[in-house]
Every structure is written in structure tokens, then in C-alpha cells.
Design a binder for this molecule. Sequence first.
Ligand code: G16
Length: 557
Amino acid sequence: MSSVRKPKRPVYAFAREMHPKTEKADIQYGTAGFRTKANKLGYVMYRMGLLAVLRARYKNATIGVMITASHNPEADNGVKLVDPHGEMLEQSWEAWATKFANVGDDQLESIIAEIIKEYNIPMTERVHICIGKDTRPSSPSLSKSVMDGVLALAGKPIDFGIVSTPQLHYFVACKNTKHAYGIPTEEGYYHKLVGAFLKLNADQRLNSSAGNSNYRNRLLYDGANGVGAKKIKQFQERLGETLKIELYNDEGIGTGKLNYLCGADFVKSNQKFPNGVPLQHNVRCCSVDGDADRIVYYFIDEDDKFHLLDGDRIATLIAAYLKELLEETGIDLNLGLIQTAYANGASTEYITQKLKVPVACVSTGVKHLHHKALEYEIGVYFEANGHGTVVFQKTAKDKLKRATGDSSLTDAQRNAAERLLNLIDVINETVGDAISDMLLVETILRAKGWDVQDWEAAYTDLPNRLMKVTIANRNVITTTNAETICVTPPGLQDEINALISKFKKGRSFVRPSGTEDIVRVYAEAATREEADTLAVEVSRKVYEMAGGIGNPPEVPA
Ligand code: G16
């Protein structure tokens, strides 16, 4: 008698009961995953747990899930998937993520079946999913929802607890390279970055204290009351006298202070000193954002004037230094720099005219920059907001390694190659990493004997202004040409062009944010007043023509 096997109950069938869909409105996988009010995200997290397992099985690799809303206010949260090399989720899967988040509970099973069929996903492998979260009070329960999703499809969650976004990206890369990229633990991360930094700076420790250099090994650090404040303590202990970091803005979890009047986004957007950091003239300061993937530098001069050294400055500092070292090695590697439309016009001119490094401009979002940077043997990418890193192709690393042992080269050439290899170890190549970028900037400043004033002297920024406009539906704004041209609503770009033409060195563009429910407006012009006026006039046009809500935009204080 043949026994009829009872079909197995799909393991994900309990989604309805545990994590029912609570929101009617659709949500989109945006610039850096899903982001909205934390209390709207439970079911989205569960579904991203499911999707992470499917992606991991498809790629036969470990996948990451990071729970964070980065620079957003504390009440928001978000989630993004991290691909096998530690990079952002491949764009073709973003559409699946959006589908997964928006289908009704009764369609969840069929969409899982659909993706399995489409990619022929083997459902037998036991895959690992690395999960990290920022310090938001909502993160622990959202992390539990992700884990439920992972377990529902028989994946194995690995909970890294509270970590910075770039740490999570690093762990994923380490796991998938079988530890060749580093050890996938917090300790492994600190060991790699600090080890390389101390090696790079060992020979120059005396320089700065002997007074023959402008570099001072003291840095005021704004932790944005987030994970960057927690993790920098691990560096303080390990760096000792080589770099004396003074930590500010380290309020406790759940105090509502995360990113509030401080952090990289506040400093960059408002071009203002953050709260909580002591005002000391001509002292180098830096701010990271809520999940420590962005950094900006700044100082106040003796006339109390604020000076910002943002992502463009960091990019030019790094690109110039890498170029110098490459020239010393005599090795021909192609070096390129990637920016977005937010890059200050003066920085682009400096890079192309003075540094003679090719520049590419892409849409906002690290995923776009990272992708483009991979077209170069050494790709430096930075958004003006301080988000960026450097990626090195294997061919570049191999050439440098070979050069260190090449007896036909001079000592100077071999040393420069050795230094470049050590620099690679201080860099988190997987994604923008505020602390790794800070170590890189400090290394370069020390090597050049510079402080911020010397760094700033390279070129003069065009005055610029960032504004936010609230409209009923930000999706009515669509753009093209790396977000520099507004396609809809019809006629808005013509109005913007007419406004720009009134200002010397005027440039402006608008785009819907992918992380906040607003439209961003950027303007630059020859003077501060002109940049502010252009920004406000363009913002008002957006408000008028694209369905503005609330008060009309006003000249920033
Ligand atoms: C994220 C992205 C960045 C982007 C920023 C703002 O940063 O990773 O690439 O520049 O959002 O994006 P938007 O202008 O679309 O809101 P973070 O630091 O918030 O994760």
C-alpha cells in the first residue's frame, strides 16, 4: 500500500499571526533601504528576514541585515540588506524588497514561491544572516522581527547586537571571504583598523610633538549620541597617545538626543557647530552620524567663523595623497573619483584641473557611487555629506604587493608601495565608515604635517545651501542626468533654470529624498547671500509647483 505523504506546512505560514501587515500605504526600498516611523516597521522587518534568507540561499553566501535609520530622528527606524562582499543590496533585488514589504499577508506565500521559481533558489542550504542594530530604542524589538523572519525560512541568524552600520558590512565581507578580509568580530575590526593606523603613524609620532609640523594629535569628536559614541571608546583605549580623541555627545540610549542638534548631518546641513562640543578656536573637530557611516570635519576660527571640511574635502585630501604615493611607487594604476551633484563646484574644478584625477558624477546613494568606483583600479568615492570610502581592485593590490618585493625598485618606491598597502588596511572598503575615514584623514594630515587650516587652503568652496521642502507626495518630483535635471512636474526645471541664470556661478537642483519624506534643494552661487536667495527661490518654486504643504520655505536663519 503506497503511503501518501502529507504536504509539509509552509514554514512561513505563521506570518499572518506573528507579524501582520499593519500599514495600508506602500513603502519603498529607498536610498538606503526602508525608512519611516519605527512603529510602522514590524512586518517589514519580518519580511526582510525572509528575503535575506532567500538572497543568501541564492548567492550561497552570508547576507547582512542592518536595522538603522542613520541620520534620521530617533523615532524613525529602517532596514537594509547587505550583499556578500559587504556592499549594498543589488539594485535588481530592491524591487523584490519593495514587493515583499507591500504585498498583503495572504500573498506572502505566493511571492516567496515566485522568487524561488524565478531564481531557482535551492531551499535546502542552511545559511547565515548577520544582524546588527543601532542604538534606537525601537531597534531591539525590530531586530527580533527580523530574526523571526530568518528562522521562519530556516536560516541561522547571527546577532551582532549594537554595531555601527559599517561594522556590520565588514562582518559580512569577512564571513564571505573566509576571514581573508578580517576576523568577523568587533575585536577583529578594531584590531585590523587600529593595527594599520599605528603602523602607518609609528614613524611619525615624534614629528608632531617635536613642533616641526602643524599637525596636532588632538581631535574633538561628536558621537551624535549614537553608536559612534559607544564604539569610539574602543579606539580611544587602543590609540592612546598617537591620537587623543575627546568624545562629546554620548548620551544614553532612549534619551531622544540621537542626532539632535549634533552629528554629521546636522553640521553639514546647517553649516553650524553642533551642540555639546566645546567651542575652542582653531581646534580640529569631527562629527559622525547616528550609525557612524558618515563623517565631516570642521573648526571655528579666532573670529568665531565656522569652517566646514565635508565629504568633498575628505575626498580631495585622500585622492591627492593616493596620487602622490602612486607617483612615488612609479606604478601606473588608474585612479578615479566619484561624486554626486551635491559636490561643491569648486571641489570638482580642483580635482579635475589641479589634481588631474578623472571625476564621475552619479545619483545620490552609496550604492551608485560604490558601483561606479569599481570601474577604476583605485576608486575614491564620497558624497558631500561625508559618506564615502576607497575601493581597490585586486589587480591594484597585487601590483602593490609585488612592488614591495621587487629588487629592481628603489627603497623609496618599495616604501611607498608598502605604505599604500597599509592604508588599504585602515580603510573599510565595504562602505563609508566614519571611524575608518577619520583614521585615514588623521594619517594623511600627520604625514603632510597639516592641521585643518592647511587642509582647507587647497581650494575655496563656493557658498552653498541645502534646504528641505515638504510636499504632499514627493514622488511627483522625478529627475534625470544624475539627479541634476528635474523631469516632473513639467515646467519646474525651466523655472529653476531661469532662477539660476540670475546668479553668478549659480547652480541648483532638486530631488526627492530617499530617506526622509521631503524634497531636497541644493543651491550654490558666488556669495553666501546669493546662494541662500537662490536656495529659497528654488524651494518656493518646488512648493508652488509640486504641492507644498505647511509653511512656505523661508530664508535660513
Ligand atoms: C543615506 C545614504 C546616503 C545618502 C543619504 C541621504 O545615508 O546611505 O548615500 O546620501 O542617505 O539620502 P537622501 O538624500 O536620499 O535622503 P545615511 O547616512 O542616512 O544612511
